[in-house]
Design a binder for this molecule. Structure first.
Ligand code: G3I
Length: 485
């Protein structure tokens, strides 16, 4: 059985896979490189061509969650859209990849990082968030590392801190690379891929029965200088992008369950105009390139769910409208878009839209999955890096509102918190004077925000009586009582 005690040992088994070097940035399909895999077996990566043309299975042995009893996504208005994600529903706590899980076609792409004997089946403790969530709702967090951590007074948490990894696996059923899958980390030089850190997170997730959200393939930020400052023609840029998408998606086919394919493509102006100046791809190639990116990713892993993802789409607003129009148009043309992710970086200094659920629902009504992909709720902090008691309670209530919205929308299948400990969070680094945005104190003690999520999940799944009576929830009952929640 998969439990808290053996999870630490598994988590420590971080694999190292070296950097891959391919011929030229634009040389799609030519180079083949062998590297050791997690199991020391030979692993072949084809740059650019990815798995295209290979013997690609159609379905993983898992499917779309169904926590509101809905029987599957509609067929995108009859268009040749995504595969049948209702097939092989995974009703277990696992990720559907291991033996006995799912029950789909059985012809799925095999994740090359799956341990011998199959991926672990998650079985979280009764009082963990993943342990009380519906079977079809993944509760996630990030594998913290990269970004500001490189220069901070502590090392990257994921690679360096076993306690951190153990905590992550004991609470969450899904993980997202905070920075390690972004272009500047994975594609540091033209034609050079460095998957070491990204692979380690994927292997860890497989060993711990966690799903993986891949972040991100197409973005205006955290791109390497060689790309942003390069002097490439349109044809070259298109080839570079295609090669990157195919190489990265095919490497993790069968492993990564959902991809943030296009991240933050609209601006925050009143018209929510498309980022045609700071997004190199849109600026140089036009917004039509988005069709290609989703299509390439889908070709490389037909079972992965492909998402748009953005911040400030926490309700019915101009930016969310822009996504709604764009995706509606793409679905009508058969582009394989499967999901809409609301990052949900909230601050107690700003109001919070009460149309959060309505917004998710309209994307659900299009036949899409939805996900809360990066939630945190920050506020002004004191000398102890804490918000006022009032703001803490308010932040907890925002977490609660967003989780309730996700639970109420049938295709909302993932709820990811962007950070574990405040000291490692992107928030204090980006917003000096703000913080307290995560669910745990510095010693992993639970905050009211954690406990309100636990209560929401327990009451949703098992009713008020279970929450009131079960000794497993005593810790959180008293934390919430003390916080007046
Ligand atoms: O590149 C510089 C480097 O030259 C310098 O030495 C170093 C010193 O701190 O900073 C480096 O930049 C850092 C960058 O990560 C590196 O990739 C920034 O300071 C740092 O703030 C940045 O943070 C990351 C941020 O994305 C960048 O946008 C965070 O760690 C990461 O949590 C955050 O995650 C994003 C999601 O990907 C998308 N949605 C918003 C979310 C929060 O910003």
């Amino acid at each position: 059985m998969f439990n808290r005690s053996n999870r630490g040992a598994l988590a420590a088994a971080v694999v190292c896979v070296g950097a891959l070097t391919f011929g030229t940035p634009a040389a799609a399909g030519a180079a083949t490189t062998s590297v050791p895999s997690a199991q020391n077996a030979a692993l072949t990566v084809e740059a650019g061509a990815g798995a295209k043309g290979a013997d690609k299975p159609e379905h993983k042995s898992k499917g779309r969650p169904d926590h509101a009893g809905q029987s599957g996504r509609p067929d995108h208005a009859g268009k040749p859209g995504p595969p049948d994600h209702a097939k092989g529903k995974d009703k277990g706590k696992g990720n559907g990849k291991g033996p006995g899980n799912g029950g789909g076609g059985g012809d799925a792409a095999q994740c090359q990082f799956t341990p011998e004997g199959g991926a672990a089946e998650g079985a979280w403790d009764r009082d963990s968030l993943a342990g009380v969530a519906p079977d079809d709702l993944r509760i996630g967090n990030i594998a913290a590392g990269g970004g500001h951590h490189s220069d901070a007074e502590y090392p990257d948490p994921f690679p360096s801190d076993p306690e951190y990894r153990e905590h992550l696996a004991s609470e969450y059923s899904s993980v997202t690379h905070e920075n390690f899958l972004k272009w500047e980390f994975v594609h540091p030089e033209p034609g050079v891929y460095d998957f070491e850190q990204a692979d380690a997170v994927v292997a860890y997730a497989e060993e711990n029965g966690m799903d993986i959200r891949g972040h991100a393939l197409f973005w205006h930020s955290q791109n390497p200088d060689w790309l942003e400052d390069g002097d490439y023609s349109q044809d070259e840029l298109r080839e570079i992008l295609e090669e990157h998408v195919r190489t990265v998606v095919s490497r993790y086919a069968g492993c990564i369950d959902q991809w943030d394919v296009a991240n933050e493509i609209f601006q925050d102006d009143a018209e929510a105009s498309i980022r045609d100046s700071d997004n190199i791809w849109i600026r140089e190639l036009g917004p039509g390139i988005l069709d290609d990116v989703f299509t390439w990713a889908h070709e490389e892993d037909p079972e992965a769910l492909l998402f748009y993802n953005d911040y400030n789409v926490d309700g019915l607003n101009a930016k969310a409208d822009a996504y709604y129009s764009l995706i509606t148009d793409q679905l009508e043309r058969g582009i394989p878009v499967h999901g809409f992710g609301s990052q949900t970086h909230l601050s107690m200094q700003y109001g919070f839209d009460n149309s959060y659920q309505e917004n998710l629902q309209r994307f659900d009504d299009l036949g899409l999955y939805t996900a809360v992909t990066e939630i945190d709720v920050r506020g002004e902090v004191d000398e102890n890096d804490q918000m006022s008691a009032e703001d803490r309670a308010g932040a907890a209530e925002r977490y609660e509102t967003v989780l309730e919205a996700c639970l109420a929308v049938s295709g909302c299948n993932s709820f990811t918190i962007w950070g574990t400990l405040d000291a490692q969070s992107w928030v204090p680094n980006t917003f000096p004077g703000e913080g307290d945005a995560t669910l745990h104190e510095g010693d992993y003690e639970r905050k009211p925000a954690y406990c309100i999520l636990q209560r929401t999940l327990v009451e949703h799944e098992e009713g008020d009586a279970a929450w009131d009576a079960d000794p497993a929830f005593e810790e959180c009952r008293s934390i919430l009582q003390e916080a007046g929640l």
